[in-house]
Design a protein around this ligand. Structure first.
Ligand code: GLN
Length: 274
């Protein structure tokens, strides 16, 4: 079999991605070498991968690595796969830090999963004091492995529910991509999602249960000039804005993702109008 034959067996873009992974070549190389014979072992791995894909098993878990905001993360069953949309939080937080002239802010990622947000923040703000919390032991293990692998061991990953492991600490930037899927989302759920940890996806009937606990606690842990950044589901902006104002936040601002859906809310504690 040659590369071109294998690429016809499944969605082309994904097939190129999978083959480039097993061949340890760039995707461009795979596209440009359709006539190149493929070793038996690689063909076997490729066929195994597409069998899993046909069952809806996530591509990211098959590959075992995934890119997020300039870093490559290890991902495996038991942790949420980092999404492209979540890069909006990192991008906005970094921009805010630069605007404020902060070189070494204190940063907290609540519910770190693979460590994506915390590690990307640390990479781009090398002097920052970055902490992450997550209730999942499995996430803790993977995030620490990612930190080691990326040479970003400076990030402090702690196990615990929301803010329970950072009692009494204040932060300049608090980011979170908490579970926010609703019961309705569960019913409409794509097959892929069923392989990801429930705990990282779902949050009660309307998907708001975690925000209800997280938002008031975030208020107590954010410095006066700090910024809170929350990822939200596309129908949740109004309700989450209300929870933020109720908790005392001001400058509450909704931002859309690249697909044009409401995806993030930023909020401050007070001071100047936005
Ligand atoms: N954004 C994810 C999705 O739509 C959900 C992850 C989350 O709940 N934070 O699949």
């Amino acid at each position: 079999m040659v590369i071109g034959d294998l690429l016809r067996l499944w969605d082309k873009r994904e097939s190129v991605h999978i083959l480039s992974h097993y061949l340890m070549q760039t995707r461009g190389y795979v596209y440009a070498h359709a006539d190149e014979p493929v070793a038996r072992k690689v063909e076997e791995l490729f066929r195994r991968a597409i069998t899993l894909r046909k069952e809806g098993y996530p591509l990211q878990y098959i590959l075992g690595t995934w890119d997020f905001y300039t870093i490559e993360l290890r991902v495996q069953e038991g942790v949420l796969i980092p999404r492209k949309e979540t890069e909006l939080l990192v991008d906005t937080a970094l921009r805010y830090a630069h605007e404020q002239g902060w070189i070494a802010p204190t940063v907290l990622d609540v519910g770190f999963g693979t460590g994506a947000i915390a590690l990307a923040m640390q990479k781009h703000l090398p002097a920052a004091h970055v902490t992450g919390t997550d209730i999942s032991r499995c996430a803790l293990q993977i995030a620490k492995e990612n930190a080691r692998h990326l040479g970003l061991e400076r990030v402090r990953f702690l196990e615990g529910d929301l803010f329970s492991s950072v009692e009494g600490e204040g932060f300049d930037i608090i980011l979170s991509n908490p579970p926010y899927l609703s019961q309705k989302d569960r019913e409409r759920m794509q097959k892929e999602l069923s392989f990801e940890p429930e705990m990282a996806l779902f949050a009660g009937p309307e998907g708001l249960d975690i925000y209800r606990r997280l938002i008031p606690q975030a208020y107590g842990h954010l410095h006066e000039t700090g910024l809170l950044l929350l990822e939200i589901g596309e129908t949740q902006a109004e309700e989450v804005c209300r929870l933020l104002r109720e908790a005392g936040f001001s400058c509450v601002c909704v931002q859309k993702d690249l697909a044009g859906h409401d995806r993030m809310i930023t909020a401050k504690k007070g001071g100047e109008p936005c």
